[in-house]
Write a protein that binds this ligand. Structure first.
Ligand code: NAD
Length: 293
């Protein structure tokens, strides 16, 4: 498979497209924003005609409504039947299943393949994929997944990739709140935070979030906190993913009280101006709300 289209040239889609191009794929890149298209050779606003000869279409868009819009107006009318449709966006399971059903009925192979890993991993082709779709569709997706990712888990039928992603990111969001609260308390009790950070990284509190997203500026070099909270992973995306997990929890009847609280706190933080900062910037809100009694 060589000719592919990639729709959505944002923080993730552009480095994914560049990585695929570097690995020999012929990439037709599309985005509704002319600014997002700038600087990528041949990039264009979404076009039905330009999809007619592709073998696969990758979408990397913000939310379910954007993916639905692209599928209804461009992908399904434009791409040839029999081609592979791979949605790498993080969206709700319900929209994923509805679009996969429609795509399959039109003769396409559909997979949901949301990712873990940010723009840097996308550029290097070392993302982690969580995939849902039929065995046949997954088989067709394999060469693209190998080109874009270091790890890939096929969870089962359509929607199961998004289900895994919702659960995975809920764990990350809850962990982020735990790490943030731990550092707020450590600071309020006058501990040396650099020493506390070292301890946690080598003891039972260790996690990827602990090691890479310590929320206090100046404690861990190379973290967003030590770089004015430049993302990283923006608080708006964290809030969105936690709300997706809450929707999934509601639909499946499972109580997730920690997830619900993390969703509430990150949504509130995003709404009061933190949306474009790294999620670890929520530390200032939490630390300042600490009151001595
Ligand atoms: P982004 O906002 O940077 O980019 C989205 C792009 O989609 C924009 O350029 C926008 O113009 C374009 N777009 C919107 N609607 C469109 C349409 N109908 N047709 C064509 N283009 C359209 O978003 P991002 O950070 O690249 O994230 C994309 C997806 O990946 C999201 O679902 C996000 O949750 C997920 N994700 C992001 C990260 C990250 O670190 N940024 C990590 C893992 C997963």
């Amino acid at each position: 498979m060589q000719k592919i289209a990639l729709i959505g040239l944002g923080a993730m889609g552009r480095p994914m497209a560049e990585n695929l191009q570097a690995r020999g794929f012929l990439v037709t890149a599309m985005d509704i924003s002319p600014e997002a298209c700038a600087g990528f050779e041949g990039a264009m606003v979404p076009s039905v005609d330009a999809l007619q000869k592709v073998e696969a279409v990758i979408t990397m868009l913000p939310e379910g409504r954007h993916v639905k819009d692209a599928y209804d107006n461009v992908v399904l009318p434009g791409a040839p039947a029999g081609s592979l449709l791979m949605d790498c966006s993080t969206i709700d399971v319900e929209t994923t299943n509805a679009l996969a059903e429609k795509a399959t009925a039109h003769g396409f192979y559909a997979v949901d393949a949301p990712v873990s890993g940010g723009p840097e991993a996308a550029g290097k082709g070392v993302l982690s994929f969580m995939v849902g779709g039929s065995t046949e569709a997954y088989g067709r997706a394999a060469p693209l997944l190998e080109a874009m990712g270091a790890k890939c888990s096929h969870f089962g039928p359509s929607g199961s990739g998004q289900a895994a992603k919702a659960c995975h990111n809920m764990i990350c969001g809850i962990t982020a709140m735990a790490v943030t609260e731990g550092f707020a308390l450590a600071d309020s009790m006058g501990l040396d935070l650099a020493q506390f950070y070292q301890l946690c990284c080598e003891a039972a509190a260790q996690s990827w979030i602990m090691e890479n997203r310590c929320p206090v500026p100046g404690v861990a070099p190379g973290t967003p906190a030590s770089n004015d909270y430049a993302p990283g992973f923006a608080a708006a995306l964290m809030a969105k993913d936690l709300r997706l997990a809450q929707a999934a929890a509601k639909a499946s009847g499972q109580d997730t009280p920690f997830g619900a609280e993390a969703a509430r706190m990150f949504t509130e933080f995003a709404e009061v101006g933190g949306a474009h900062l790294d999620f670890s910037a929520i530390y200032a809100t939490l630390r300042n709300s600490a009151k001595a009694v």
